[in-house]
Design a protein around this ligand. Sequence first.
Ligand SMILES: Cc1cc2nc3c(=O)[nH]c(=O)nc-3n(C[C@H](O)[C@H](O)[C@H](O)COP(=O)(O)OP(=O)(O)OC[C@H]3O[C@@H](n4cnc5c(N)ncnc54)[C@H](O)[C@@H]3O)c2cc1C
Length: 266
Amino acid sequence: VLFEKAEIGGLLENANLVENYPGFPEGIGGPKLAILLRNHLIKTGVEIHFEKVIELDYANERFHLRTDKRRVDSRFAIVASGTRPRKLNIEGLSECVKKSILYEIQQIKNIENEKIAIIGAGDAAFDYAINLSKRNEVVILNRGQNVKCIHLLFERASAIGSISYLEDTETKRIESHNGGLKLTCTGPTGVSEISVKYLVAAVGREPELRFLSENIKKIRERLVKDKHIYFIGDVENGKFRQTAIAVGDGIRAAMEISRNIQRKTE
Ligand SMILES: Cc1cc2nc3c(=O)[nH]c(=O)nc-3n(C[C@H](O)[C@H](O)[C@H](O)COP(=O)(O)OP(=O)(O)OC[C@H]3O[C@@H](n4cnc5c(N)ncnc54)[C@H](O)[C@@H]3O)c2cc1C
C-alpha cells in the first residue's frame, strides 16, 4: 500500500533535464520521467492512497501507520519520503513575505516574461535557473564566492543570456512590492535593490521524517538491521540524492522483503 501526500513524481517534477538516468541517452525532462514512473507504478496494481502519513509507529512487531482517513498495520515498512526544503533564514520577514517565498518551482514553471530571483548556489539553484530562464529573466544570488553545483550546470547557466549570477551578494531584507518582492542585498559594489515577481530559495534540503514516532526513532537502527524497515532514496542518501540511486534502493528493498516473506511461508 503506497501513501503519497502530493503527487506521484516527488522532486522529479522540479528537475529540468535528467541526464543520468539509464535508458535515456538524450536525457529526459523530470516531469516526463515522473509520468513514465507513475504509469509503471499504476501497471503494477499497487494500492495507492493520496493521503499524508501523520504517524508511523512500531509496536508488537507491527508497524502502525496513520493518516487522517485510515490506519494500516504491516509487517514491513519502506520510508521513501524524500527531503523538505530548508527555510530561508533572514531576520524580520513578514508572514506575507514568508508565504510568498517559493522553495520548489513546480507552481511557476509555466510562467512567462517575469523576473525571478533564486537564492542559492547548488545544483537545485542552477537547475531551477536554467529551467525558468527559457521564458523569464533570472538572477541567481550567492552570498558566498563558491559555486556548489556541478561544473556542467554552471557552464550552461553562464552561457544563457537571461540568467545573471551575482556572487558575494547577501540578501538582507525582503519586502512585498508592486505585486512582487523587493530584495535589499549587500554585495561587492555596496547595497542594491532588486525587484522581482518571484523569489525561489534553494538553500538546502533535509530528510523528511517528521512522521516517525519517537519509538521508531529510538529503535531505528535495530529495525533497519533486522530488515523490518527500509529508508530508501533521498531521505537516506545525503549528498547522493539521485533518481537512479533511489530506484535501486527501492528494488533492493522489495527483493529483500519478498525473500523474507517467502522464507517464512516455506
Ligand atoms: C532541481 C532538481 C534537479 C534534479 N535533477 C536530477 C537529475 O538530473 N538526476 C537525478 O537522478 N536526480 C535529480 N534530482 C533529484 C531527484 O529528483 C531525487 O533524487 C528523486 O526525486 C528522489 O526520489 P525520492 O522518492 O527519494 O524522494 P522525493 O522525490 O522527494 O519523493 C518523496 C515523496 O514522498 C512524499 N511524502 C513525503 N512525506 C510524506 C508523508 N508524510 N505522507 C505521504 N507522502 C509523503 C512527497 O510528497 C514526495 O512525493 C533533481 C532534484 C531537483 C530538485
